[in-house]
Design a protein around this ligand. Structure first.
Ligand code: C2E
Ligand code: MG
Ligand code: MG
Length: 770
C-alpha cells in the first residue's frame, strides 16, 4: 500500500517522540522504584538502629535501677527478715522513681515475695521462668507477665549470699509503640510468637496478626493497587519457649503518592510532547509535501505539453526553490528541444526545406485554398556524377545553393519548399493574377542555371523541371507530388528542360513501372517468360541459311505478349537493358553452341542498345561467354541502330572497334531511316549495312524503293560492307534483291522469327525443299 510522504513523516516523528517518552517513562519508573525501595530499606535500617539504641537505653536504666535496689541495705535487711511491708514499700517507691511498671521480688525458689502491684499474677512455672531470665545475666529480656509484655531484667539480692531475686521491667504498651513510631517514622509492632500478645502502634482489628494486617492493606494507585507497608522483622531477646520480635512497618503511601505524581507528570509531559510532535511534524510534512505536490502538478502539465506551467509557492525552502528552478529550466529545455525535434522530423537538415511527409501535410492544407497551387519539381541533373567526381561536400553545397536560389526566386510568393529526395527539390507557389506558370518556370530555370561558385570551382548545373497545377492535375497531395516527379522524370527522359504534366500520364507511368518491375522479375527468375526467337537470313551467294537474327520475346505470366520494341524501350529507360542484353548474349551464344554440337553451323545476330555498347562490362562479358561456350567470335554479329550509334558516337566507335578486334561482325541496323551521312558512314567501323524494312516491304511495287535499295547496295559494297535486307515478304522482292546483288535477305517470306526448336525444324524442311 502506498502511503504519502506526509503521513510517513508524521508517523516517524510521533514514533520517535513516543519512543523517547516511553523510554524516559520506563527509565524514570525503574530508577524511582529502585530509589524508593532503597529509601524504604534505609528507613527500616535506621529505625532498627534507633530501636536498638532505645532498648539499650532502657536496659541500662533497668540495670541501674535493679542494682540500686539490690544493693540497698535497708531493702536487703527487709528481704532477709521478710518484712513484707517494707519490701512492698521499697519496691513501690523504686518503681515509681524509675517509672518501671514491673518490680517483683522472688525467693530463690521462684516464689513471689512481693511486687509493686498487689494484683500481679506470676506465671505458674515462675521458677523455670526465673531460671531462664537468669541465663540472660545482665541483658534485658522480653517477657509476658500477666498478659503484659515487659522488657525486664533479673538481679539477685545478696546478703552476702543470694537470698532473693528481683525482676525489674518496663511494660511495652501501645503508647511505647506510638512513641517509637514518632522516633522512627514507622509503625512498630511487638509480637509474641506464642500466644496472642501483640503491641502495635497501629490499630489492629481484633484477632488479626500484624503481618496479616499489613499484607492485607493495599493502596489504590493509578494502575491497580500496591501493598501499603514494607515490613522488617527483628528478633528480640526472649525466653526460650516464647520468642518475641518487633515488626517495623514502613508506610509507603506517601512514597507511592510521590511516585505516582511523578509518573503522572512524565506521562502528561510525554503526551504534550507527542501532541507537539504531531503538530510540528504535520507542519513540517505539509511544508515539505506541498511544494512536491505542486511540482507533481507541474510535471503533469509538462506531460500535457504545457511547459509554461508555474507554481506559486509561499516561502519555499532554498532546496525547493532550486528544485522548482530546475523544473522551470527543464520545461524550457524540453520545449526548445521538442521544437528542434519537431523541426528535424519535418525538415531536411541540409536545406531546411520540408521533408516528404511534412510536404504532404502542408500541401493538403494548401489545397483547401481557393487559389490554384502550382507544384514545380526541380531535379538536379548529374548530381551523382558531381558527388562521384568532386566529392559529396561539393554535391551537398550544390543542393544548398540551388535551394537558396529557389527560395530567393519565390520570395514574392506565398511559397513552400520541400526536398523530396537526394536531388529532387520542390517549390509550391500560389497563383496570382497576371501570372503564368510558364513565365515563372522559365525565370526560375534561368536563375538556377547561372554559374555556381563552390569552393573555388565554377560549376554549371542542369535541371529537369516538371510542373503541374492543382486542382487541375489532382486533388490530393500524394497524387500531386507523384505527378510532379513524373513530370520532372519525363523532362529528363525526353531531354527537355521543362515538362508540364498531362492528364493520364500518371497511370501510364505506373503501368510502365509495373512492367519494368515484372521484367526485372522475369529476368531474375529466368522462368521461360523471356525467350529468344530466331529469324533466318538467306545468303544469296551460297543460297544457304547460314545466319539468323536473334529477337527477344516476352510472354508475361498472364499470357499477354509484350512487344519487344515496347519493353526494350522500358529496359533502356530503367537501365535494365544491360542485364537484359547479358541474358540475350548468354542465351544466343549458348544456342549457337547447342547447334554446333548438333552439326548446325549457324551465325547469329544479336541486337544491342547504345547503353550496352558504352557499358564497360559488355565486351568482357561477350568474350567470357564465347569462351565459356567455345563459340568462335566470327559467328556473332552485333546489330546496332543508327540512332544508337549517334547517341554516343565517340565511345560507340571505340567499342565497335574493340568488337571488330575481337572478331565479331558489326552491323548497322535499320539503315536508311536515320541521319547517318555518307561521310560518317565511311568512318564507322562496321561490316554490314542492314537496310530498314520500310524500303523492302513493298520493294516489288515501289520504283523509288527499288532505286534507294539498288543505290544503297552499290554504295555499301563500294564502302566494303555487305548488305542485308530485312522485311522481305514476297518472292518478287526476294528476286529483285538477288538481282540487285544484295548479300542477305531476311523476312516473313522466308520465315517469321521462330523459337530454336521450331527454327531447326524449319531449317530441315527448307534444306529438303532446297
Ligand atoms: P530489328 O532489329 O530491326 O528487328 C527486325 C524486326 O523486323 C523484328 O521485329 C522482326 O520480327 C521484324 N520483321 C522481320 N521480317 C519482317 C517482315 O517480313 N515483315 C515485317 N513486317 N516485319 C519483319 P521484332 O521482333 O518485333 O523486333 C523489333 C525490334 O526490337 C527489333 O528491330 C530490335 O530493334 C528490337 N529487338 C528485338 N529483340 C531484341 C534484343 O534481343 N535486344 C535488343 N536490344 N533489341 C531487340
Ligand atoms: Mg535487328
Ligand atoms: Mg531492323
Amino acid at each position: 500500500m502506498l502511503t504519502s510522504l506526509k503521513h510517513r513523516i508524521i508517523a516517524l516523528c510521533i514514533g520517535l517522540v513516543v519512543l523517547t517518552a516511553t523510554g524516559s517513562l520506563m527509565g524514570t519508573w525503574w530508577s524511582s522504584s529502585q530509589f524508593n525501595e532503597r529509601k524504604t530499606q534505609e528507613a527500616i535500617s535506621v529505625a532498627e538502629n534507633v530501636y536498638t539504641q532505645y532498648l539499650q537505653a532502657k536496659q541500662r536504666l533497668l540495670l541501674t535501677a535493679a542494682s540500686v535496689l539490690t544493693s540497698d541495705f535497708g531493702f536487703k535487711q527487709a528481704v532477709a527478715t521478710r518484712d513484707a511491708e517494707t519490701i512492698a514499700s521499697v519496691l513501690y517507691n523504686h518503681s515509681q522513681r524509675i517509672d518501671a511498671e514491673l518490680m517483683v521480688l522472688l525467693d530463690t525458689s521462684g516464689n513471689l515475695i512481693s511486687a509493686n502491684r498487689q494484683d500481679l499474677q506470676l506465671p505458674s512455672d515462675s521458677r523455670s521462668v526465673m531460671r531462664d531470665l537468669l541465663s540472660h545475666e545482665d541483658d534485658s529480656t522480653f517477657i509476658v507477665i500477666d498478659k503484659t509484655l515487659y522488657q525486664a531484667i533479673i538481679l539477685p539480692v545478696k546478703a552476702p549470699r543470694t537470698i532473693a531475686f528481683t525482676i525489674v521491667g518496663f511494660a511495652i504498651t501501645p503508647a511505647v509503640a506510638k512513641d517509637l513510631r514518632k522516633v522512627t517514622g514507622m509503625e512498630v509492632s511487638f509480637v509474641v510468637e506464642t500466644g496472642t500478645t501483640k503491641v502495635s502502634s497501629m490499630a489492629l482489628p481484633e484477632g488479626m496478626g500484624v503481618l496479616e494486617y499489613t499484607n492485607a492493606k493495599r493502596v489504590q494507585r493509578i494502575m491497580g493497587t500496591s501493598p501499603m507497608y514494607a515490613n522488617a522483622s527483628v528478633a528480640l531477646p526472649a525466653l526460650t519457649d516464647s520468642a518475641v520480635s518487633v515488626i517495623l512497618s514502613a508506610d509507603l503511601k506517601t512514597d507511592y503518592a510521590e511516585f505516582d505524581k511523578m509518573v503522572l507528570t512524565v506521562v502528561v509531559l510525554s503526551l504534550v510532547t507527542v501532541l507537539l510532535g504531531f503538530l510540528a511534524s504535520g507542519f513540517l510534512a505539509r511544508n515539505l509535501t506541498r511544494p512536491l505536490q505542486q511540482l507533481t502538478q507541474m510535471a503533469k502539465a509538462f506531460a500535457q505539453g504545457n511547459y509554461k506551467a508555474k507554481v506559486a509557492s509561499t516561502k519555499p525552502s532554498s532546496e525547493i526553490c532550486a528544485l522548482m528552478d530546475a523544473f522551470h529550466d527543464m520545461g524550457e529545455n524540453i520545449q526548445s528541444r521538442e521544437a528542434q525535434i519537431r523541426f528535424a522530423a519535418s525538415h531536411d537538415s541540409m536545406t531546411g526545406f520540408l521533408n516528404r511527409s511534412a510536404t504532404l501535410e502542408t500541401l493538403n492544407i494548401r489545397l483547401i485554398s481557393e487559389m490554384p497551387q502550382y507544384l514545380i519539381g526541380v531535379d538536379i541533373k548529374g548530381l551523382r556524377h558531381i558527388n562521384d567526381k568532386l566529392g559529396p561536400r561539393i554535391g551537398d553545397e550544390c543542393i544548398v545553393q540551388v535551394a537558396e536560389r529557389m527560395q530567393k526566386h519565390a520570395s514574392d510568393f506565398n511559397a513552400e519548399f520541400a526536398r523530396l529526395g537526394g536531388d529532387e527539390l520542390l517549390v509550391v507557389v500560389e497563383g496570382k493574377a497576371d501570372w503564368s506558370i510558364e513565365r515563372y518556370v522559365t525565370t526560375l530555370k534561368l536563375a538556377l542555371e547561372a554559374t555556381y561558385h563552390i569552393q573555388g570551382l565554377e560549376l554549371t548545373l542542369r535541371f529537369s523541371i516538371g510542373a503541374l497545377s492543382a486542382p487541375e492535375h489532382g486533388d490530393n497531395a500524394e497524387d500531386l507530388l507523384r505527378r510532379t516527379l513524373i513530370a520532372a522524370d519525363n523532362a529528363a527522359q525526353e531531354g527537355v528542360n521543362v515538362y508540364y504534366y498531362r492528364k493520364g500520364e500518371d497511370e501510364e507511368y505506373l503501368a510502365r513501372l509495373q512492367l519494368i518491375d515484372e521484367l526485372k522479375q522475369a529476368l531474375s527468375d529466368n522462368d521461360g517468360q523471356l525467350f529468344m526467337a530466331y529469324q533466318p537470313k538467306l545468303n544469296f551467294r551460297t543460297h544457304q541459311i547460314d545466319k539468323v537474327e536473334s529477337l527477344i520475346r516476352w510472354r508475361r505470366s498472364n499470357g499477354e505478349w509484350v512487344s519487344p520494341e515496347m519493353f526494350i524501350d522500358l529496359a533502356e529507360q530503367s537501365g535494365l537493358i544491360v542485364e537484359l542484353t547479358q541474358w540475350v548474349i548468354d542465351t544466343v551464344v549458348g544456342q549457337i553452341a547447342a547447334w554446333q554440337s548438333k552439326g548446325i553451323v549457324m551465325k547469329a545476330a544479336i541486337n544491342v542498345s547504345a547503353q550496352d555498347i558504352v557499358d564497360e562490362g559488355f565486351l568482357p562479358h561477350l568474350q567470357e561467354t564465347l569462351l565459356k561456350y567455345k563459340v568462335p567470335s566470327k559467328l556473332v554479329t552485333i546489330e546496332l541502330t543508327e540512332r544508337d550509334m549517334i547517341e554516343n558516337e565517340t565511345k560507340g566507335i571505340a567499342a565497335l572497334n574493340s568488337l571488330k578486334a575481337l572478331g565479331a561482325v558489326v552491323s548497322l541496323d535499320d539503315y536508311g531511316v536515320g541521319q547517318t551521312s555518307l561521310g560518317r558512314l565511311k568512318m564507322l567501323p562496321i561490316d554490314e549495312l542492314k537496310l530498314d524494312k520500310v524500303f523492302i516491304l513493298k520493294l516489288n511495287e515501289s520504283h523509288e524503293d527499288q532505286c534507294i535499295v539498288q543505290s544503297t547496295i552499290s554504295l555499301g559494297h563500294q564502302l566494303g560492307f555487305s548488305v542485308v535486307a530485312e522485311g522481305v515478304e514476297n518472292q518478287a522482292s526476294l528476286t529483285l534483291l538477288r538481282e540487285m546483288g544484295c548479300d542477305y535477305a531476311q523476312g516473313y517470306y522466308l520465315s517469321r522469327p521462330l523459337p530454336a526448336l521450331e527454327f531447326e525444324k524449319w531449317l530441315g524442311e527448307y534444306h529438303e525443299a532446297g
